[in-house]
Design a protein around this ligand. Structure first.
Ligand code: GDP
Length: 297
């Protein structure tokens, strides 16, 4: 399970801290050194770990904490609060236009990250909230992407708009919005093409779509199993294309979990949801406080 090793290590650090009763500055510093190691081993970005430890240390090594009734508990509370703040503190929702106005959501990400699956998961979530979504197949390059979207759309009871693989993604996106308008649908989810690595062509295509239609939300799907790569991809996409939020998939797997802790602090954009399995119902809202509790055990 994700975070297992990180949780174990942090629990050990806190256990030994609790056993000490009164704490010296040295006790706190050496405990934080171990926390630092544990975070680095969990593949949290180095820059993020450094800032995190600095913030915890500044708040922990002071008279208020040291002379308090239960200093170890105070330090643990500070670690918890700083973890929550690292992940963005509040839950961020996908922003939808009011009433029956059409919201366009563009899904982006590398091949295999889980974009097509997640597009269908999101469509199902929005449908259950009373929205009328349309999935649009804009990935004309990967064989079977269109069919995969159709199968998933059918499972969710959500219409899939496709024009085959001979029309440009920009034109498909435009036509999908028109289709939504004429069929009284109010969310268009564009499943765009992914590639094995971030490249200019993929970015340019997303930018062209953004230039041609009003995209309200650009959501990047990244694979938690890829650790620091997921963080780098988020940063690059945000710089080049501009994203509004990230969905972190495969958090059900045996990932060390660093991406969950690094993405917001690194690219500035929040995690909106986490993918917790292959089933179309396996999508969870991201709550920074619950994630911190899960990590701290
Ligand atoms: P795309 O190339 O980005 O569109 O990726 P796909 O949607 O085709 O997903 C790639 C693989 O990852 C598929 O086998 C999915 O079932 C799987 N997948 C997607 N999301 C998750 C997740 O949250 N957990 C797990 N375990 N597998 C996932």
């Amino acid at each position: 399970m994700a975070f297992e090793s990180l949780s174990d290590k942090l629990q050990n650090v806190f256990k030994s801290l609790r056993s000490k009763g009164r704490l010296t500055e040295g006790d706190v510093k050496s405990a934080l050194k171990e926390v630092k190691m544990a975070l680095l081993e969990a593949d949290v970005s180095f820059k993020v770990v450094k800032q995190f430890i600095k913030a915890v240390q500044e708040r922990s090594v002071g008279a208020d904490v040291m002379n308090g009734l239960n200093p170890a508990q105070m330090v643990i509370k500070i670690v918890n609060e700083e973890l929550v703040s690292l992940m963005g503190s509040d839950t961020t929702e996908i922003q939808l236009r009011p009433g029956n106005e059409i919201t366009v959501i563009m899904m982006a990400g590398l091949q295999g990250a889980g974009k097509t699956t997640t597009a269908a998961k999101i469509a199902g979530k929005l449908k259950s909230k009373g929205r009328k979504p349309l999935l649009a197949a804009c990935d004309i390059y990967r064989p079977a992407a269109i069919q995969q979207l159709q199968i998933n759309g059918e499972k969710q009871g959500v219409e899939v708009f496709t024009m085959g693989d001979k029309i440009s993604p920009v034109d498909i996106a435009k036509a999908a919005v028109e289709h939504a308008r004429s069929h009284n649908l109010n969310v268009v989810i564009l499943d765009t093409a992914g590639r094995l690595h971030v490249d200019e062509e993929m970015m340019d295509e997303l930018i062209r779509i953004k230039d041609s239609i009003q995209v309200d939300q650009t959501i990047l799907v990244v694979d938690a199993m890829t650790g620091q790569d997921a963080v780098n991809v988020s940063e690059m996409f945000n710089q080049k294309v501009g994203i509004d939020g990230v969905i972190l998939t495969k958090l059900d797997g045996d990932t060390r979990g660093g991406a969950a802790l690094s993405i917001k602090a690194t690219c500035g954009k929040p995690i909106l949801y986490t993918g917790m399995g292959e089933k179309l119902s396996d999508l969870e809202q991201f709550y920074p406080d619950r994630m911190a509790s899960r990590i701290l055990g």
